[in-house]
Design a protein around this ligand. Structure first.
Ligand code: F0G
Length: 461
């Protein structure tokens, strides 16, 4: 069994409600995989033993949040839960205007509209999350990623691998032209949940102000980012995570947030900002696509759950335990020499598949093959962030493969115990020992756009 002498204090909460999970046999899972066309999105969740597909919308809510659901005011306009949410968001972010949305991607869509993005516009980020990029690209605008180059060196230890390359940003503005929006994603999900330093946010803010460019945070994981700043940026070691979060927000013009992550809820999101003109534009569009601006596509009770989740996520004892869980998982994998993106991220461990399975070429989807093996042998579901999700076909028919081939083990918040993590560690170590048995995959049905959700595969060899 896993050596559990590593430090993992008991969680700062106890269990009041449980949800049974089911073990299946390898034989059953082989059949389920075959029926699912070797696509883990097609496997019924009840047949997953440990689900690490995402940390989004998968949090366990507290008794305080569940109690808040009973206080849902379902009035169409100006319900009291909106005011509760507004005051919590104002308290943490310092922004004047707060607009709930049904999740993060609708917040992104509204921002693109409000900023009049079109095919003459360029936007820049450390790394856009897929849905943010998709929303920008359907508006016609370009979306460029300017993350620091260290982000692409999996084994390199760097405190803030999510930082935006501010030199490249300044060069771009000077030599190429206008930028209409800067988004800093905290933490950087696409790069393994790596944090962005406050120094970097402040420098981006300076550049944005000088060039009059709106600067927004994609703040889905703002609390995890704030905690990394506390741990790794000396100047802020005596500040509370909440104070640090406030500083992150006060150095940007606004934020778009999927509350499904650090909101500790199963659905919801919001936008917060200071600019009244942009706020008005958002409200115009809002009423057409999301609902009246005080409910944003959510029930009053959902707004209450977010308001309460935000007050819990920013607590230092919660963040310390959350961080320790990820560190514990990382140390366990490290002991067996499993290659993953270093250092450990805020919400996930991303396996470095080019090193894990060096003999499988990207054209045979090694990261996908790894997720299938994790399910077949151990009942664990993870997410592929590799050549199935990110390879692109050029006009000349040639495939361009992503620089990093990753499998993400995302840890839902307040859901799994140390025993579950031990099981994950033992499973991945065992798989790593038997990695020579893993073969590549072939796509037998390719839907084209966002193919990872619906493609079908067969194993090679
Ligand atoms: N921004 C970031 C950084 C995200 O990670 C996500 C979602 C979104 C925006 C979109 O938010 O799902 O509420 O519409 N990430 C999920 C994930 C899907 O699994 O990483 P949403």
């Amino acid at each position: 069994m896993t050596d559990i002498n590593q430090k993992l204090d008991p969680p700062p909460y106890k269990i009041k409600v449980v949800e049974p999970i089911k073990k299946t046999t390898r034989k059953e899972r082989k059949r389920l995989l075959e029926e699912a066309g070797y696509n883990f999105f097609n496997i019924a969740a009840e047949n997953i033993y440990i689900d690490l597909l995402t940390d989004s919308g998968t949090s366990a809510m507290s008794d305080y949040q569940w109690a808040g659901l009973m206080l849902g005011d379902e009035s169409y306009a100006q319900c009291k839960n909106f005011f509760n949410l507004q005051s919590v968001v104002q308290d943490i972010t310092g922004y004047k205007f707060v607009i709930p949305t049904h999740q993060g991607r609708s917040a992104e869509n509204l921002i693109c509209y409000a900023l009049n993005l079109d095919d003459t516009k360029v936007t820049v980020s450390n790394q856009f999350f897929d849905t943010t990029r998709a929303n920008i690209e359907i508006s016609g605008a370009k979306a460029y990623d300017f993350v620091i180059p260290e982000a692409f060196q999996p084994s390199l230890i760097h405190n803030f691998k999510g930082n935006l390359n501010t030199g490249a940003l300044e060069d771009y503005i000077q030599n190429e032209g206008d930028v209409s929006l800067i988004v800093v994603t905290v933490t950087n999900n696409a790069g393994g949940g790596q944090p962005v330093s406050l120094a970097n946010i402040i420098e981006v803010s300076r550049i944005a102000k000088m060039n009059k460019i709106p600067f927004f945070l994609d703040a889905a994981r703002f609390a995890e980012n704030a905690y990394f700043i506390k741990l790794r940026e000396k100047e802020y070691q005596n500040n509370s995570p909440k104070e640090i979060a406030s500083m992150m927000f006060s150095n940007s013009d606004g934020c778009m947030v999927s509350a499904k992550k650090d909101g500790l809820v199963n659905i919801g999101g919001f936008i917060a900002l200071n600019d009244e003109q942009i706020y008005r534009r958002i409200k115009e569009r809002m009423t057409v696509i999301e609902g009246f601006p005080t409910y944003g596509g959510l029930a009053g009770r959902d707004l209450e759950a977010i308001a309460r989740g935000l007050t819990e996520v920013i607590r230092e004892d919660y963040l310390e335990y959350r961080h320790q869980q990820l560190e514990y998982l990382g140390k366990g994998l490290e002991k067996g020499g499993v290659p993953f993106i270093k250092p450990v991220g805020g919400h996930s461990i991303n396996l470095d598949v080019k090193s894990f399975l060096p003999n499988i070429p990207q054209s045979e989807f090694p990261a996908w093959a790894l997720t299938i093996a994790l399910y077949e042998y151990y009942g664990i579901r993870a997410a592929e962030l590799g050549s199935v999700a990110f390879a692109r076909k050029q006009d000349d028919g040639k495939w361009i493969f992503p620089e990093l081939e990753q499998v993400r083990l995302a840890i839902p918040r307040r859901v799994y115990s140390q025993e579950h993590l031990n099981y994950v560690i033992d499973s991945v170590l065992d798989l790593y020992k038997h990695r020579a048995d893993i073969t590549g995959m072939k796509i037998v049905y390719d839907p084209g756009v966002l193919r990872h959700f619906t493609a079908r595969f067969s194993p090679l060899g």
